[in-house]
Design a protein around this ligand. Structure first.
Ligand SMILES: Cc1cc2nc3c(=O)[nH]c(=O)nc-3n(C[C@H](O)[C@H](O)[C@H](O)COP(=O)(O)OP(=O)(O)OC[C@H]3O[C@@H](n4cnc5c(N)ncnc54)[C@H](O)[C@@H]3O)c2cc1C
Ligand SMILES: NC(=O)c1ccc[n+]([C@@H]2O[C@H](COP(=O)([O-])OP(=O)(O)OC[C@H]3O[C@@H](n4cnc5c(N)ncnc54)[C@H](O)[C@@H]3O)[C@@H](O)[C@H]2O)c1
Length: 466
């Protein structure tokens, strides 16, 4: 019998913590999870992925309703307020909580509601949410899966009712006429799409010189074009000097000398790892300046029995990857061979949606890989025409000599789903990863998968013409 209360103790019930817990419990380990909220699901279910995607889904439906001539005939569209749309979007959260709570019950994982802090490498104190009590538990292995929260610089008054971050925007109880979004990373671009879709005037302030520079240039350019087309004022290479708010509005002062005034500001510039309440000094661990923990390829921190997964280790900070990191770590702890999560697709829920996997044109050019491009515009597919989802493109990058698929880049309706077909082929070993798959395989018709056939034809025709 082990000297510890649990074999595996996990702090945080987001995707990373949950998947590590379930995989460990299924392998017969005695597992407990400590969660600082009264409900499971992590920031993913309560503040991040789920509410923002649900909100975006509602806005997409409103746009479809407004732009469909048929629906216009049925009834006049009216302006829905942000709080009304938000209330509808939030209906998904309790469903998520129920689903995830059931996993803990079915797998007999002990759940503590309270904040965890280390006493030593094997001992954790829990400040229980109910009854203001403290409980002490011990474990052989401890996994830190405490996620992240919006980074809040100290010179900005986040208590002011006109200044929001990506957590507090989910409690906004009015509809601004004009919103400034500061920070044009993934979160900023997604919220720019949401608010502009609701008819709010949006200024999107980007400290860099292009949007989402990790994307293929053509896709990043398309995003800029469509955001602007939807009424977003995108301002590149701008940095704030101060943000002032009063009863009448909020003003962002920029280094360039500009002053932009609006009804509210949404701060989307960065996130910090949740490590400050863990009493890491007790175990000799020090997070970096963003609150993140350093781990090796086995997700192990500098303390031998303590591991970390999910947002708290930094890149890629995605729910998708967090689920897989948690599962990979459980396998590592169980002594099985398991590779670090490294190949992660991008799925960005802007309007239009963006998704990609593999190399970009710039990366291939820099690496001196001879490639060809095959494109298909969604407006040239039957499914795109039928569903009036004609904004978008699928772009395939493949090796000129071998036909090996090197990159898949997509924007437009269901891009984040469509990309998986290309991802599946790209992950095939040897010659099975080949652009010819899309020419030699019969796909359902009319579907968006047709875009693969058309893009492959476009690309291979270019080579055949040479
Ligand atoms: C607005 C937004 C949109 C996003 N959209 C997407 C998307 O579309 N797709 C995608 O893949 N990713 C998306 N993400 C990222 C995704 O939400 C995160 O990568 C994911 O939630 C990280 O999971 P995690 O398990 O590391 O931690 P989290 O989900 O952050 O959960 C950590 C949990 O730990 C708890 N905790 C923290 N400290 C303690 C403590 N001391 N004691 C006990 N409990 C503690 C917290 O209460 C929290 O519940 C989005 C993020 C944001 C902010
Ligand atoms: N659809 C999706 O996949 C999705 C959607 C939203 C968020 N996310 C995830 O959430 C993460 C955060 O998104 P984001 O929009 O903030 O993007 P981001 O990481 O690009 O950050 C925006 C800006 O903030 C700066 N920054 C980041 N953390 C900081 C910190 N602690 N202190 C100071 N500056 C900091 C960055 O340098 C950048 O200029 C992303 O890594 C992304 O993976 C994913």
């Amino acid at each position: 019998m082990s000297q510890y209360t649990f074999d595996v103790l996990i702090i945080g019930s987001g995707p990373a913590g949950e998947s590590a817990a379930m995989a460990s419990a299924k392998a017969g380990k005695r597992v407990a999870v400590i969660e600082g909220r009264s409900l499971v699901g992590g920031n993913c279910a309560h503040k991040g992925t789920i509410p923002s995607k649900s909100l975006r889904h509602m806005v997409k439906q409103i746009i479809q309703f407004k732009t469909s001539t048929l629906f216009r005939e049925i009834g006049e569209t009216w302006r829905l307020t942000y709080p009304r749309v938000l209330a509808s979007a939030n209906a998904v959260i309790p469903k998520q909580v129920e689903l995830h709570t059931d996993f803990y019950i079915r797998n007999r994982v002990k759940l503590y509601s309270g904040f965890a802090r280390f006493l030593d490498a094997h001992t954790v104190a829990i400040d229980l949410l109910e009854g203001a009590r403290e409980e002490i538990v011990t474990a052989d292995k401890v996994i830190i899966a405490t996620g992240s929260r919006p980074y809040q610089p100290t010179d900005i008054d986040f208590n002011h009712p006109r200044i929001y971050d990506s957590d507090s925007v989910l409690d906004m109880q009015h509809t601004p006429r004009h919103l400034i979004i500061y920070g044009a990373g993934v979160i900023g671009c997604e919220y720019a799409s949401i608010f502009s879709g609701l008819g709010v005037k949006v200024d999107l302030i980007n400290s860099r010189d292009r949007l989402l520079s990790f994307l293929d240039d053509e896709i990043s350019d398309a995003l800029s074009y469509h955001l602007r087309d939807n009424g977003v004022r995108v301002r590149h290479s701008e940095t704030y000097t101060k943000i002032e708010a009063n009863d009448h509005g909020v003003t962002v002062y920029l280094e360039s000398g500009k002053r932009i005034t609006a009804d509210a500001v949404l701060w989307c510039n960065g996130r910090s790892g949740n490590t400050d309440k863990l009493n890491l000094e007790a175990i000799g661990l020090e997070p970096d300046h963003r609150g993140n923990l350093k781990v090796n390829s086995q997700y192990q921190t500098d303390v031998e029995n303590i591991y970390a997964v999910g947002d708290v280790v930094g890149w890629p900070s995605l729910a998708s990857a967090s689920f897989d990191q948690g599962r990979a770590l459980a396998a590592i702890i169980l002594g099985k061979e398991c590779a670090e999560v490294s190949e992660v697709p991008t799925g960005i829920y802007t309007l239009p949606e963006i998704s990609s996997v593999g190399k970009t044109e710039s990366e291939l050019t820099e690496a001196k890989v001879p490639y060809e491009v095959g494109r298909c515009l969604f407006k040239n597919t039957a499914r795109g025409q039928i569903s009036s989802e004609d904004v978008g493109m699928l772009k395939l990058l493949f090796h000129v000599d071998t036909g090996q698929l090197l990159g898949v880049h997509c924007f437009g309706a269901e891009a984040a789903e469509i990309v998986h077909i290309g991802q599946a082929i790209m992950s095939q070993p040897g010659e099975a990863n080949n652009i010819n798959f899309f020419l030699n395989t019969t796909f359902n018709y009319p579907t968006m998968a047709e875009a693969y056939r058309l893009a492959a034809l476009d690309g291979t025709n270019r080579i055949n013409r040479r």
